[in-house]
Design a protein around this ligand. Structure first.
Ligand SMILES: [Zn+2]
Ligand SMILES: [Zn+2]
Length: 239
């Protein structure tokens, strides 16, 4: 099973065009995002690949409620009984299974193409009940502390997650790392999306996992500052 370690305690679960991540804590496993529909076996295989059983998955945290991040959630919860966590602004779409709020393609030709290819607001997913609404700034008592950072723009209820113990950021779809750091396929609000990218660039972390694209294992916050930081921060990271 292709489960790949990013840093100590974090493995990426490749689920076709989208990533999910398994975080190992003292009291069980946490899954961040749940891929497209029909990908639950990739998650169970990854869990077994770590020498664990699906019943040891205790928490499922969603960066946001898009079909490629919640698609297999209902099937995963049925098998594992994991508790689900999501920002309240996206809970209605997860619990209804769509339709999804429309996005505008990201600036540039690639955004136009990819947004049409990968996002259909009329797609339907199996509804999944959310147990726990997430609040900006709270630190979830999971795996020694996972901080919730509300990062709207791509999606109103988008959160990034900062795992303190591993100094790893889970950026969801605030940005991608497909051909270097770049935009997600689309935005509900470009202005808010840029503000969220700048917010992440102001944080300190070593590693980053993306909803789409290759994870970065070290020196990641310098790359974020260079791409989205203030002039002053960019100078500092270049020095
Ligand atoms: Zn998305
Ligand atoms: Zn996505």
């Amino acid at each position: 099973m292709a489960v790949k370690r990013v840093i100590e305690g974090v493995h990426v679960v490749p689920m076709g065009m989208a990533n999910a991540f398994l975080v190992e804590g003292d009291n069980g496993l946490t899954l961040i995002d749940a891929g497209f529909p029909g990908k639950e076996e990739a998650v169970f295989g990854a869990i077994r690949g770590l020498g664990r059983s699906p019943g040891q998955l205790n928490h499922l945290i969603f960066t946001h409620g898009h079909p490629d991040h919640i698609g297999s959630a209902a099937a995963i919860v049925r098998e594992t009984g994991a508790r689900t966590n999501m920002h309240p602004l996206d809970v209605p779409v997860a619990e209804s299974g769509g339709p999804f709020r429309p996005m505008r393609p990201a600036p540039g030709l690639l955004g136009q193409v990819l947004c049409r290819l990968f996002f259909d607001p009329d797609e339907r997913t199996e509804p999944v009940a959310i147990d726990q609404p997430l609040t900006d700034g709270e630190i979830l008592p999971i795996a020694g502390g996972i901080e919730v950072i509300h990062t709207p723009g791509h999606c109103a209820g988008h959160v990034a997650l900062l795992w303190h113990a591993g100094r790893m950021l889970f950026a969801g779809d605030v940005c991608t790392n497909l051909m270097g750091l770049g935009d997600p396929v689309g935005f509900e609000s470009l202005e808010q999306g840029r503000a969220s990218q700048r917010k992440l660039a102001s944080l300190s972390f070593d590693a980053v996992g993306f909803g789409h694209g290759k994870p970065i294992a070290r020196d990641a916050s310098a790359q974020f500052r260079y791409k989205w930081g203030t002039e002053e921060a960019r100078k500092k990271s270049a020095a």
